[in-house]
Write a protein that binds this ligand. Structure first.
Ligand SMILES: [Zn+2]
Length: 325
């Protein structure tokens, strides 16, 4: 389990919260401006090892934010990821002894790469996606011929009264970590699609959390995640929402975040030196020495990062197939 690093934060009660995933105690790790919407704090759970933000923007603000503000990777990366996900899903279904997928439904489908890959690989003949970003819906319909509807998973679970046929697999890929109330959303899916198996993919908290802990710079994309799940935290939330985990696997390359961590350490070093200089002052010699220190660290980090780059398709993630209890 991950051990949380804390700096300059006292151990008082106001710096602790209950983890809504597992009921354990979580400690404050940092403060940040979340999505440019709200001043928030990050908490690390000492029991399940997950990280969450508190307070969160309200669901309406989130829905507006995600309509047009979602991060998109290049088409070849998204295509490779989608086909890899279908391959994994087929393998997981076989392991579970599950019947074939009659109908596939994805919440938070983006441009529809997975929805489209499901059809192309004949995993299912019926494949539909729901996506908040109107631009992504339009692009996916035009370029991939994907069957996409516009809606937000947090509020539009019952978007369509009747599904025909009822989905036998409901998917959410890199969505849960963006939701205001992931447990309530999973419970709604369980209620709305009582017979469907659930396919989830989220970033693996074990690898992502050390980055989120250091990454409080306003321009960073890591600020988008409201939750970062450990495998234990993910199993807890699935169980409390009415699902039993059939297969949970860690995929990707554990070295993926190393270059980001090195860059963040240089940025933090620069920040610290500047803060020290502002507080204590210093002569020309001191300024030159400190600037040289940052420059040397920056250059060596640049060289190491360019040598050790890992493809986005290798993002460390947790993949889960679960069935309704
Ligand atoms: Zn927890």
């Amino acid at each position: 389990m991950l051990k949380f690093r804390r700096e300059e934060i006292s151990n008082s009660d106001q710096n602790r919260r209950r983890c809504s995933l597992c009921g354990g105690t979580a400690i404050k790790l940092n403060t940040l401006n979340l999505l440019g919407l709200i001043e928030s704090e990050s908490f690390g759970c000492q029991k399940c090892g997950s990280l969450f933000r508190y307070p969160l923007p309200d669901p309406a603000a989130l829905s507006t934010y995600y309509d047009g503000n979602s991060e998109r990777y290049p088409p070849r990366v998204q295509k490779r990821m989608a086909f890899d996900q279908v391959r994994w899903l087929r393998h997981a279904l076989r392991q579970a002894g599950a019947p074939e997928c009659l109908s596939f439904l994805e919440y938070g489908a983006g441009q529809g790469w997975l929805v489209s890959a499901v059809l192309k690989t004949h995993l299912s003949d019926h494949s539909t996606g729901i996506e908040a970003d109107a631009g992504a819906v339009e692009w996916g319909r035009e370029n991939l011929g994907a069957n996409l509807l516009q809606g937000f998973v947090g509020s539009d679970i019952a978007l369509q009264e009747e599904w025909s046929p009822e989905p036998s697999i409901v998917a959410m890929v890199h969505v849960l970590e963006h939701l205001h109330e992931p447990q309530a959303t999973l419970a709604s899916i369980r209620q709305r699609h009582p017979k469907a198996m659930l396919f989830l993919e989220v970033p693996n908290g074990l690898h992502e959390i050390p980055v989120i802990q250091r990454d409080i710079f306003p321009w960073s994309s890591m600020g988008q995640h409201l939750w970062s799940f450990s495998d234990v935290g993910l199993k807890c939330i699935l169980e409390s929402s009415g699902f039993r985990t059939v297969l949970l696997q860690s995929v990707g390359n554990g070295n993926f975040w190393k270059s980001r961590l090195r860059s963040l350490d240089v940025a933090r070093l620069y920040q610290k030196l500047f803060r020290d200089w502002e507080t204590n002052g210093g002569g020309i010699r001191d300024i030159v020495t400190k600037s040289a220190t940052v420059l040397i660290h920056g250059l060596s980090t640049g060289v190491r990062n360019s040598l050790g780059r890992v493809s986005r398709t290798q993002l460390p993630s947790l993949r889960v197939l679960a069935r309704p209890i």
